[in-house]
Design a protein around this ligand. Structure first.
Ligand code: 13P
Ligand code: SF4
Length: 347
């Protein structure tokens, strides 16, 4: 496994085989030195690296002990016996790992890896929703911060949202904060989406309803049906893969909608000549590295500025200097953990 390679020659040869064509040769030479240093340090410190599917290829394929979507990384974080977890992803993911592992050191290589969805809602917003809709269960996307999770009944990810809602076996849920994920899951589960109007005193029908929030992913909200049509005009045999954070119109115009890992698995299992990937562009490189014959079309003018904060070089600095340590106040952590534990039990 590449994440255990500590010999420079071996790492360089491995990276050549895996990444040549995606990473220039001179950069492979430079990155291989950093990767080897990281792998040595992990061993010395009993640390592991969890790498989200969006990480740059020279990080994702060399030093990550586990890779995956939010759900897979959360499951792994819950079962590791490492002392230090370095989270190569965004802040809410690292925070989730800390919530599950209070006695372990959880590090994130940059303090600038936020998320437009996580910052779209506050704990007070959730308390107000609960006041307006008493007794309605709160399902919160894992792309949220600890204090919001603390107000939540059960978390969900892009990979298990429909399953979690179905398992609750209730007509109405508060499903926050991503309005597009809410609309995509509502369509799948035969529900309608409404948005709270805190000024209105009128009684609303709450029959088969998702009460949602106007949060959006600043990346996926930019993909359009016109993008899909243009690509289909140029590549009539293209298979369009969309993330459920895309608008319901875009997912309806696509051939498959799923979490980042579900998209990766789709390419692995199917042999279409062309794919269009409607998600963060770096994931296309990671797919090509594993599927050399696949033609993965991407719209790379749309990027996640947060995920792209995390580099191989910053990951080395994080491990060397034990930075940046993620902390969650204990009172919030305990309540937030319940909503994550419940999700892991239910999915
Ligand atoms: P996944 O859980 O599908 O990897 O999604 C995380 C994310 O932030 C997508 O933008
Ligand atoms: Fe957040 Fe969107 Fe970036 Fe994912 S891609 S981390 S949802 S801003």
């Amino acid at each position: 496994m590449s994440a255990t390679i500590t010999d420079l020659k071996e790492m360089t040869a491995y990276m050549h085989e895996k990444l040549l064509g995606l990473v220039p040769e001179f950069e492979i030479a430079r990155k291989a030195e950093v990767a080897v240093e990281i792998n040595k340090l992990k061993k010395e410190k009993n640390a592991i690296i969890l790498g989200h599917n969006y990480m740059e290829p020279a990080l994702y394929h060399t030093v990550a002990d586990v890779t995956g979507d939010s759900l897979e990384l959360c499951r792994k974080a819950a079962s590791t016996d490492a002392d230090i977890l370095v989270f190569c992803g965004v802040e809410f993911m690292a925070e989730t790992a800390k919530i599950i592992n209070p006695s372990k050191k959880v590090l994130i290589p940059s303090t600038k890896a936020g998320c437009s969805l996580a910052s779209s809602i506050t704990a007070e917003d959730v308390r107000n929703l609960k006041k307006k809709y008493p007794g309605v269960p709160v399902v919160t996307y894992i792309n949220s911060y600890a204090d919001v999770k603390a107000e939540t009944d059960v978390c969900c990810t892009s990979g298990n949202a429909a399953k979690i809602v179905a398992a609750l076996n209730t007509d109405t849920v508060i499903f926050i904060p991503d309005e597009y994920l809410a609309q995509n899951v509502a369509r799948e589960t035969g529900k309608k989406v409404i948005f709270p109007d805190f000024k209105s005193k009128k009684d609303e029908s709450l029959d088969k309803v998702f009460v949602s929030w106007h949060g959006k992913c600043e990346v996926h909200e930019q993909f359009t049906v016109e993008d899909v049509s243009r690509i289909r005009a140029q590549f009539p045999d293209v298979v369009v893969l969309a993330h459920p954070e895309c608008s319901p119109e875009v997912t309806a115009a696509s051939d498959f909608t799923g979490s980042t890992s579900a998209m990766i698995n789709y390419v692995k299992k199917n042999k279409a000549p062309n794919y269009l990937l409607l998600t963060e562009c770096a994931m296309g490189d990671n797919i090509i590295a594993e599927n050399k014959d696949a033609n993965i079309l991407r719209l790379c003018s749309i990027r996640c500025p947060h995920m792209n904060q995390i580099t191989l070089e910053d990951t080395l600095a994080a491990l060397k200097e034990d930075k940046y340590e993620v902390q969650v106040p204990e009172e919030i952590r305990v309540r937030a953990k319940r909503s994550i534990d419940r999700m892991l039990e239910m999915s």
